[in-house]
Design a protein around this ligand. Structure first.
Ligand SMILES: [Zn+2]
Length: 368
């Protein structure tokens, strides 16, 4: 079977791809596969500076910075900030991941695992990452909706860091950094962040904002294994949920396989799916509570042999599996629980803000 990829992929951002067949489409870097099967340039979404309005900062290390902004971190920005400075969301999003239990930081690689962070999912397959936050300096919970300009954390110096600063990056679904635009800086006439240059934030709080749906896996996420998807899973799912997965396989293996493994530890779960003569396959992927714990999972779809073995892989996507959302109820203990919230002491904590997720027993499980 011939993989339907030709030179067209390389020029697909232009007009030279009219003969492109939807069922064999794949887009190369910087392009997005549309529902009609064409590749379109993916504009870098606009972001505001991740500080409150009026805050003055300086870009200490920019894109391709010679110190640490290389390879998958190439499109990262280091903003100077004093410890405890409020860090705000650069765009509306849902909290994908949070850590703030570390109090360790140093200027060498031995501290690389010790950084605190907040990661937001913007719902279009892009994420933002905010690193080196203070201990207990993440002011949001996983799955919480945040609006642009909302305070999400406090500047710090944890992890591999030479001094207090915010390492900020826009990333894709594979958590590789992407170049971004800062249109709020267009007063300079140039919306790209420049190293050793001072910026004043104009990130006005933009509330209320709507709910951001979790991002979906891109349709061509596994095109390098010959798998092009038509129906893809959300990158954030619930235990007990199931997702239809449909696509077409363009390689020589007998079938395709879904591989899942907890990121922290545990075994691979391999499940084979047969393909028809034209390479088409369809299945329902389930997450039964008897088999899967809430957490992050590596997720890959590959061609596979008769024993369901994959021909090997180099990397994969991360899926988040959440516990089931408890049913809404007229929670009688609600206000009592809120009073016990240790974050209430914090100057930026706003428990009664109308655009925050209401506090529930679930969001009151604190990270300490
Ligand atoms: Zn950095």
């Amino acid at each position: 079977m011939i993989l339907g990829l030709g030179m067209c992929g390389l020029v697909s951002m232009g007009s030279g791809c009219r003969g492109w067949r939807p069922d064999a489409s794949v887009c190369l870097a910087g392009a997005r596969l549309t529902a009609s099967g064409t590749c379109r340039p993916q504009p870098s979404p606009p972001h505001a500076l991740p500080f409150r309005p009026g805050y003055e900062t300086e870009i200490m290390q920019g894109y391709h910075g010679y110190q640490t902004h290389k390879n998958e971190l190439a499109y990262s920005l280091d903003f100077k900030c004093e410890p405890g400075t409020p860090i705000v969301a650069s765009r509306d999003g849902v909290v994908w991941d949070v850590r703030d239990d570390s109090n360790r930081g140093c200027n060498d690689r031995s501290c690389i695992e010790d950084g605190n962070y907040v990661v937001l999912d913007h719902g279009d397959g892009s994420f933002t990452e905010y690193h080196h936050l203070q201990q207990f300096g993440a002011l949001v919970e996983k799955d919480e909706q945040v609006c642009r300009g909302e305070t999400i954390g406090l500047c710090g110096n944890t992890g591999y860091s030479s001094g207090p600063h915010l390492h900020f990056a826009i990333t894709n679904a594979a958590h590789r950094t992407l170049p971004g635009r800062l249109p709020s800086e267009s007063s300079r006439g140039f919306p790209v962040a420049i190293p050793d240059t001072r910026y004043t934030s104009h990130n006005e709080l933009d509330v209320p904002c709507g709910r951001t749906e979790p991002s979906r896996l891109p349709r061509d996420a596994f095109a390098h294994y010959g798998v092009v998807l038509e129906a893809t899973p959300l990158l954030s799912l619930e235990i007990g949920s199931s997702t239809r997965i449909r696509g077409r396989y363009h390689g020589d293996q007998a079938q395709v396989a879904i591989h899942r493994k907890p990121v922290e530890q545990g075994e691979w779960h391999d499940r084979c799916i047969s393909v028809d003569d034209s390479g088409r396959f369809e299945t329902t992927m389930r997450w039964p509570a008897e088999t899967f714990e809430p957490g992050f999972y590596w997720f890959i779809i590959t061609g596979a042999d008769e024993e369901c073995h994959a021909p090997g892989w180099s990397w994969s996507y991360k899926l988040q599996v959440r516990r089931e959302t408890p049913p809404e109820s007229g929670d009688a203990n609600h206000s009592e629980a809120s009073n016990a919230d240790p974050r209430a002491e914090h100057p930026f904590f706003r428990p009664h803000s109308p655009f925050r997720t209401p506090l529930t027993q679930q969001t009151l499980r604190f990270r300490r």
